[in-house]
Ligand binder design. Structure first.
Ligand code: MG
Length: 237
């Protein structure tokens, strides 16, 4: 699993230099696919429940599950890239939201708050804590910063399948849900809207967008519960 997750991390890092004005989301998908295959992985999202692409690219008010296309990134956009890798029987899953060229101060703050929220959630991963301790830390921080967390979509267990129990919501009171044990692996993925938390799905059947058209950001890591705390599998130094 660590090997699959490492490919996720390396690919996202390489893509973060490529999200520049003038590139299409399909170009980004092509680069990602080449890299992942070269490293010996497979695109976990390709065909997953019929998903028609290899990775997810979600621009501006798109929350997640955007489908790569001929749409060209423009200066000031934000783009979320979410990808899953399958290798040797195991899955890894990770996402980042990137600025395209120079973005507004408000968009910058949204990205920072969302990434911070992910790490505050990860800090709660420790044997004996409960799933909703993670959820609560994320919601509390995001709302204190004036944003909202998406509720209709959640993080998830991951391992031999891309999506497994337990669900890992980004909201809720502390001290609920399954207790964390050494060896558990799951994906934590706050989706944060600058406006309210409502979302809807476009006619393509996949792309989730904010109902109020506000910007949305998404950061995700696959983590493992260790004896003393947590190991972030999709992070490289
Ligand atoms: Mg995920």
């Amino acid at each position: 699993m660590a090997a699959a997750c490492r490919i996720v991390a390396e690919t996202l890092r390489a893509l973060s230099d490529m999200a520049k004005p003038g590139i299409s989301t399909r170009d980004i998908e092509g680069i990602a696919e080449k890299m992942i295959l070269k490293k010996g992985g497979a695109l976990a999202f390709k065909g997953y429940r019929g998903f028609p692409a290899g990775i997810c690219t979600s621009i501006n008010d798109q929350v997640v599950h955007g489908i790569p296309s001929s749409v060209i990134l423009r200066e000031g956009d934000i783009i979320s890239i979410d990808l899953g890798v399958y290798m040797n029987g195991f899955y890894g899953d990770g996402a980042i939201t990137l600025p395209v060229g120079k973005i507004s101060k408000e968009a910058e703050r949204l990205l920072q708050v969302t990434e911070n929220a992910l790490y505050l959630g990860i800090e709660k991963v420790s044997p004996g804590n409960r799933v909703s301790d993670v959820s609560h830390a994320i919601q509390k921080y995001v709302e204190a910063n004036g944003y909202s967390v998406v509720r209709a979509l959640v993080g998830h267990g991951i391992g031999r399948s891309l999506h497994e129990a337990p669900q890992v919501p980004n909201y809720g009171g502390p001290g609920q849900g399954p207790r964390l044990r050494e060896g558990m692996t799951f994906a934590i993925e706050p989706m944060v809207n600058a406006g309210s938390y409502g979302i809807t799905v476009l006619d393509d059947g996949w792309t989730a967008v904010t109902l109020d058209h506000s910007l949305s950001a998404h950061f995700e890591h696959t983590v493992a519960v260790t004896e003393n705390g947590v190991r972030i599998l999709t992070k490289i130094d």
